[in-house]
Every structure is written in structure tokens, then in C-alpha cells.
Ligand binder design. Structure first.
Ligand code: NAP
Length: 308
């Protein structure tokens, strides 16, 4: 039997991938979405609330992910759950090799987003799932009336602190500098929280415990003073790393490991596009990811019409 050739394979089902799926299907392309996670939506499904997506103020992150997926499902786009291992070029065709099989496509949209950055300190790996978490909205409920620490100073860290402050007895916020990177609007919510203690200029050095997390060893970078905080949970929110490892031999990356692509989402390989958090960009938000999905399909459409 002859192998099916898709007009477009989309790798990733976050806002960028799902937006691309809608635009591609409306352009009457044959499309397949390959997603790795159980729930579509990418990182927003782990976000408590999204308050800056136009038209849907205050929507829950998981709910927004569901809405995106419902929209895509209306167009009957096929999804497979699998992990992409490599893309090979076969003339002008692209062979997407996954754990369970392979798919041929004329164009590919890389929309695999990013994953949480690790702290890489002693105890972090050992206590993952035993008190160390990268998702406050997923795991926060396990720490009701207990003491937690959030590490980081960006929007994610502040959102996590706000979320946990409603559940926990006390939340420490550990930030390596003396000012936050997070937006002013989030900072003003943070300032009003009474059960939050911010430890400035402070780094986490080790996570300790027996079967579960018991203490967090920290150091003030200015005074060099070391302390051990008694905590039940440590939430790590120190940014993200792009999911580009599988493509690094084929696709040009920037210095930080993101795919080098401008707003038209074209990569160095004709017919392969990068959309959303995975590509070089100044602002990584749901709205810019959704926009990338549309732009990537627009660029692919031009390429496909030249192929025909
Ligand atoms: P981020 O903006 O990259 O912030 C990472 C934070 O972690 C920074 O404060 C950084 O410190 C700190 N950090 C990095 N590496 C560290 C390390 N090894 N040890 C200790 N601290 C470390 O990441 P993010 O907060 O996950 O946000 C990512 C993107 O998503 C941003 O564009 C953000 O605006 C967006 N986002 C938006 C919302 C929203 O609008 N509601 C919510 C969440 C995320 P420095 O400050 O010293 O660099």
C-alpha cells in the first residue's frame, strides 16, 4: 500500500499547533497533529488563570486549552499521541520519525514549545514528585495548610506564589536578584499577600529530606549567609528550555537553542516552519503563539502552491 503523504504535519498541540491546525484545515490541506501529552493545550493547561487573552478575561488555563481543542475538533483534524524522534529529508518530502512509526509530509510545522528549566541542584531530581514540582496548579492542592517555597522571579514564579498563597500556610519566594522580572500587574497582587515572604538575592543550593522534602538550603548571595528553611514543597519556576533537541542536526537554532525563524516562521529548511514558544521571539504568550500558527500556515501555503 502506498504511504499517505500529508500536506502538513504539525508537531505539538499547544496554542501555536492548534491555531495552525485550524488555519490549515480551513485552507483544505490534509493535516496530522502529533502531540506528546495526554491533554492538548501545551503549557497553558498548567496555568491557573489566563487574564490577557483577548475576549476571554480570567479564563482558566485548562479551560482555554479545552476550548482550543474543541475548536480544532470541529474541523475533524486527526491527532496521534506519539513522540517525534527525528525529521529526515527525502527529496522535497519530510519524513517525521516517531517512537511508534513514521509520517510523510510536504510541510512540517514545529510547534513543540518548551519544557521547565531545571535548577540542577542536589536533591532536585531525587525528590521530583516527592515535594519538588514544576507545576503549582497541578500539585499545589497537595500542600494545603503546609509550607512551600517557589524559586524564580518571572511571571510564572509570581503566578505560582499567588496560587499557592491561597492554599498554603506560608509561601517563601526565593529570587536570585533584588528585583523581580515579573510584570507590574502581577507584582501588585503579590505585594498584598500576607503569608508570603520574599527572600531577595537568594539562591537555592540543595533540597533535603528523607522520603519527602523536608528542608531547602539557601544562600544569600550578598551576605553569603546560609540557612535551611523547613518546607514541605519546592516549586521550581525558573523559565523554560525549548524542545528542539530532536531537530538540532537539521534546523538552525539560535544561541539559546530556540529555532531561528522570524515572524513568517520559515526555518533554514524549505517547507519546515517553527511556531510559538519554540522559535526565536521577544514575547512568548498565548496570543503570539496563536498568531504564529496562522503565519506558519500562510508561509506553508505559499510554498505548497509553488510546489504544485
Ligand atoms: P522567565 O520570564 O524566563 O523568568 C525566569 C525567572 O527565573 C527569572 O526571574 C530568572 O531570574 C529566574 N531564573 C532563571 N534561571 C534561574 C536559575 N538557574 N536559578 C534561579 N533563578 C533562575 O520565565 P517564566 O516566568 O516561566 O515566563 C516565561 C514566559 O512566559 C515569559 O515571557 C512570561 O512573560 C510568560 N508568562 C506569562 C504569564 C502571564 O502573562 N500571565 C504567565 C506565565 C508566564 P532573573 O530575573 O535574574 O533573570
Amino acid at each position: 500500500m502506498e504511504e499517505k503523504i500529508y500536506d502538513m504535519v504539525i508537531i505539538g498541540a499547544g496554542p501555536a499547533g492548534m491555531s495552525a491546525a485550524v488555519y490549515a484545515k480551513r485552507a483544505e490541506f490534509s493535516v496530522l497533529v502529533i502531540e506528546r501529552d495526554f491533554a492538548s493545550g501545551g503549557q497553558i493547561v498548567k496555568t491557573y488563570e489566563v487574564d490577557n487573552y483577548l475576549g476571554l478575561p480570567g479564563i482558566g488555563g485548562y479551560e482555554l486549552g479545552e476550548k482550543f481543542r474543541e475548536h480544532v475538533d470541529k474541523f475533524e483534524v486527526p491527532f496521534v499521541r506519539d513522540k517525534v524522534q527525528e525529521i529526515q529529508l527525502d527529496g522535497k518530502l519530510k519524513k517525521v520519525i516517531t517512537r511508534k512509526g513514521e509520517y510523510l509530509a510536504k510541510t512540517v510545522i514545529l510547534a513543540g514549545g518548551s519544557s521547565p528549566r531545571l535548577l540542577e541542584i542536589p536533591g532536585e531530581e531525587e525528590f521530583q514528585g516527592m515535594g519538588v514540582s514544576y507545576c503549582a496548579t497541578c500539585d499545589g492542592a497537595f500542600f494545603r495548610e503546609r509550607v512551600t517555597a517557589v524559586i524564580g522571579g518571572g511571571d510564572s514564579a509570581v503566578e505560582d506564589v499567588i496560587f499557592l498563597s491561597r492554599i498554603c500556610k506560608k509561601v517563601y519566594m526565593i529570587h536570585r536578584r533584588d528585583s523581580l522580572k515579573a510584570s507590574k500587574s502581577l507584582q501588585s497582587v503579590l505585594d498584598k499577600l500576607e503569608n508570603v515572604e520574599i527572600l531577595w538575592d537568594t539562591v537555592a543550593e540543595a533540597i533535603k529530606g528523607n522520603s519527602e522534602v523536608e528542608t531547602l538550603q539557601i544562600k544569600n548571595q550578598k551576605t553569603q549567609e546560609k540557612r535551611e528553611l523547613s518546607v514541605d514543597g519546592v516549586f521550581v519556576a525558573v523559565g523554560a528550555v525549548p524542545n528542539t533537541k530532536e531537530f538540532q542536526n537539521l534546523i538552525q537554532l539560535d544561541e539559546a537553542g530556540y529555532i531561528a525563524a522570524e515572524e513568517d516562521c520559515r526555518t533554514n529548511v524549505a517547507g519546515i516552519y517553527a511556531a510559538g514558544d519554540i522559535r526565536t521571539k521577544a514575547l512568548r504568550q498565548v496570543v503570539t503563539a496563536v498568531s504564529d500558527g496562522a503565519n506558519a500556515v500562510y508561509s506553508a501555503q505559499k510554498y505548497l502552491s509553488e510546489l504544485a
